[in-house]
Write a protein of this length. Structure first.
Length: 347
């Protein structure tokens, strides 16, 4: 049977209808929780973009979700499940913190911050290589290994806080001023480090669609046999895809340290690595669309805090609404992978 491609207009109409249905279902959930949907929606939007602080938080979190979305999208494009973006982000944060404290005093700030971010990329890439090595050498399933490595990375970060940079709380001392990215605008907490996520989008697109490595990744994901006939080496493709994905997640960890918290904090991530998976799937694994769902999820996450205050809902209600939104979009096939059966399978 020949698949019929939808026109751009029909695809846009389907997306709009799916989002509308998701919002309707979220409204019904709010009614079931004895909350006014109109008031809740109004407070959510105001909380996310109605103030300088809220807008700063939304932009900063959207930047993290762009990076963790790319961390999932690139391995997925190669037919690999990367569930470990959360752990790769922690590994990048530890590496960035080590460079922040390790540089001598008096180093130029731009150089110091850049070195921290590069260290974050490298730390995440190395952490991403581990499941690739385990899969290539022992045939280990990357779903299990990437997920387990998340917990290893979290405990590793906690150990680094306790033994390498101890303080009185579950955080390191503040990193040196020279290692902190400066805000772009006065009165807002958005730094130029967060804006690097905008550079990551065209970079990821260029790698996937304008390089031989990207061709190998995409062909391997679409048709492993054709990739073999084209001369691709599956072990190299796996390693490259996981390293690239881990590097983007590690960059998110570096951005948190130098641009947001100015320290390594225990359990600093609010499940951004996992939420990046939904961002990647909603973007259909395409880097050029990754920013839109990242911004949408950031608005939901940041605005939910204000919504909880205004409506008196339980603090977990924000996560509940995000879950309802994601599941509904999956039901309408907005979030999907065309070749789901190939993901996690050996090449």
């Amino acid at each position: 049977m020949i698949a019929v491609r939808r026109s751009p207009f029909r695809r846009a109409a389907h997306l709009a209808g799916s989002i509308s249905a998701s919002l309707l279902l979220m409204a019904l959930v709010l009614i079931a929780l004895d909350a006014d949907p109109v008031e809740a929606a109004s407070s959510l939007v105001r909380g996310a973009i109605g103030s300088r602080f809220g807008l700063s938080e939304t932009i900063s979190i959207a930047a993290l979700l762009i990076l963790t979305g790319l961390a999932a999208a690139i391995p997925f494009a190669a037919g690999l499940w990367n569930i470990g973006g959360e752990g790769q982000m922690y590994a990048g944060a530890v590496a960035a913190t080590a460079v922040a404290f390790g540089f001598p005093a008096g180093v130029p700030s731009a150089l110091h911050v850049a070195a921290c971010l590069i260290a974050g990329v490298v730390g995440g890439a190395i952490w991403g290589l581990v499941p690739a090595i385990l899969k290539n050498r022992f045939g280990a399933n990357e779903v299990i290994t990437t997920l387990m490595l998340v917990y290893v990375a979290i405990y590793f970060a906690d150990g680094a806080i306790s033994h390498w940079w101890p303080s009185q709380a579950q955080t390191t001392p503040p990193i040196p001023v020279s290692a902190r990215a400066t805000p772009l605008l006065s009165g807002m907490n958005v730094t130029w480090a967060s804006m690097l996520a905008l550079i990551a989008v065209p970079l990821a697109w260029f790698v996937l669609y304008r390089t031989s490595l990207g061709f190998d990744i995409r062909v391997t994901g679409d048709n492993p046999r054709a990739a073999l006939l084209a001369g691709s080496r599956p072990s190299n493709v796996r390693a490259a895809a996981f390293a690239l994905g881990g590097g983007f997640a590690g960059a998110a960890g570096g951005v948190v340290v130098v641009g947001m918290s100015h320290a390594l904090i225990s359990n600093f991530s609010d499940n951004f690595g996992y939420l990046g998976i939904a961002v990647a799937l909603m973007a259909r694994l395409s880097p050029k669309w990754i920013a839109l769902p990242a911004l949408l999820f950031a608005i939901l996450r940041v605005g939910a805090n204000q919504m909880q205050v205004r409506t008196g809902l339980d603090p977990s209600s924000g996560d509940l609404l995000v879950a309802v939104f994601v599941i509904t979009l999956m039901a309408f096939h907005v979030i999907r992978i065309r070749q789901l059966d190939k993901l996690g399978a050996g090449v």
